[in-house]
Ligand binder design. Structure first.
Ligand code: GTP
Length: 417
């Protein structure tokens, strides 16, 4: 007979029995149910772009999503004065591909790195990211949590200027301050301005700086059940970080093909050609393979850490007993003991109250006894005096001596016996 079951103890010590099915059940269709539901509700993604002015942020966003999310800039816009502070500008668009809807929000940060002193340029951006987490936290604490708007930043594309040297102080400071709050994806902007060797050397220096400053950039997780192909694909994507990208929304004819690229006197740099730049790998990671991972990491790790820090700072603490394993007999015994202690405490309290009342009553009784005794003594004394008077009178009468008239009596009423 075929052995249709195997048991494996899990990490928590619970034995999980693996059973073979005798026939069709249907739960293999669960991923399709999730797929249908997801397609119906649509997806949502919020991405932030940070980098000095003119590094090609708007062009890259348009190239990434193949849409004019940012319309071409007017001459007036290009020559306008730069903002005095770092601004936060949000643009949302509903886009659709093969019936799948995506609500895309791009948060731009004009002004970043454009001042003489850029020391605090990271601050308004960090404040914005944290205020989005606060808004989410506030919604979580509401009684009705049915409609929760998630405006948290799921990924931050950080544009590095193609200087070919190393990271600038402003780059390091920004990444150092924000790496625990957002998924950082470093990008070498306008990579077509550097040769292939220059790009390789620049990438090495950037990664060395990132390691030296212990900056945590986004790393795709590797799962136990990932197939070899997926693992290879992911490691290839990761090997390209920081992505050296070229953006362009212009198309040209190359050997009868329509390609997006940038034209130079010596030829055309193709945006979607992996031999020319890392744009395809960036798009693959950001949109095709890791968009949900980025959202999950934002929620499960970055937001969770922020939430814990915030609540701890507010003095709210987790009661560790809620995680304690409960033994029912021990719990009953603990409850019985607690109940008995409570009864004993109530009894001693009642006894104390009773004793206090008895003492009070006794004191009152003693007081009234003393009063009664005093009155009794007074009355007895009065009676004794009266009796002495009467006896005196009696003696006088018996001896024949007239009574002396009482002092103070009016003349007309006095008489002799
Ligand atoms: N060489 C080269 N030029 C680019 C690239 N991407 C954009 N540009 C050009 O750089 C200029 C600025 O591009 P934008 O996309 O407006 O740059 P931005 O970073 O959005 O600029 P701000 O809106 O001022 O912050 C434009 O002339 C683009 O055509 C690129 O990959 N390589």
């Amino acid at each position: 007979m075929m052995n249709d079951q195997a048991s494996t103890p899990s990490a928590s010590g619970i034995t999980v029995i693996r059973k073979k099915l005798q026939g069709y059940v249907g739960f293999a269709n669960l991923p399709n149910q999730v797929h249908r539901k997801s397609v119906k509700t649509g997806f949502q993604f919020t991405c932030m772009v940070v980098g000095e002015s003119g590094l090609g942020k708007s062009t890259l966003v348009n190239t990434l999503f193949n849409t004019q999310l940012y319309p071409p800039k007017e001459i007036a816009e290009l020559t306008a004065e730069l903002p005095q502070t770092v601004e936060i500008k949000s643009t949302t668009a509903d886009i659709e591909e093969n019936g799948v809807k995506l609500k895309l929000t791009v948060v731009d940060t004009p002004g970043f790195g454009d001042f003489v002193n850029n020391e605090e340029s990271w601050k308004p951006i960090l404040d914005d990211i944290e205020s989005r987490c606060d808004a989410y936290l506030e919604q979580e604490n509401r009684v009705n949590r049915r409609k929760m708007a998630d405006n948290r930043i799921h990924a931050c594309l950080y544009f590095i200027s193609p200087t070919g040297h190393a990271l600038k102080a402003v780059d390091i400071e920004f990444m150092r301050r924000l790496h625990t709050r957002v998924n950082l994806i470093p990008i070498i902007a306008k990579a077509d301005t550097m040769t292939e060797e220059e790009v390789v050397a620049f990438k090495e220096r950037i990664l060395a700086d990132i390691n030296y400053h212990q900056i945590q950039i986004y790393q795709a997780p590797v799962y136990e059940y990932d197939d070899m192909e997926t693992i290879a694909e992911n490691s290839e994507i990761m090997s390209k970080i920081p992505f050296a990208v070229v953006g362009s929304d212009k198309e040209f004819d190359v050997d009868g093909r329509r390609v997006r690229g940038r034209m130079y006197p010596w030829g055309i740099i193709e945006v979607d050609n992996e031999d020319h730049c890392d744009f395809v790998k960036l798009r693959q990671m950001l949109i095709r393979t890791h968009m949900e991972e980025l959202k999950e990491y934002t929620n499960d790790v970055l937001y969770e850490n922020y939430r814990t820090e915030k609540l701890t700072a507010m003095g709210i603490q987790q009661d560790p007993s809620v995680f304690k394993e409960v033994n029912p007999t021990q719990k009953m015994e603990e409850e019985r003991l607690a109940h008995e202690q409570k009864l004993a405490k109530m009894e001693s309290e009642m006894r104390a109250v009773f004793q206090a009342k008895v003492t009070e009553k006794e004191a009152k009784l003693k007081h009234s006894e003393a009063e009664l005794y005093a009155r009794h003594k007074e009355m007895k004394e009065a009676l004794d005096r009266q009796r002495a008077d009467l006896e005196e009178k009696k003696r006088r009468l018996e001896s024949g001596r007239p009574n002396t008239p009482e002092k103070g009596k009016k003349k007309g009423f006095s008489f002799n016996k």
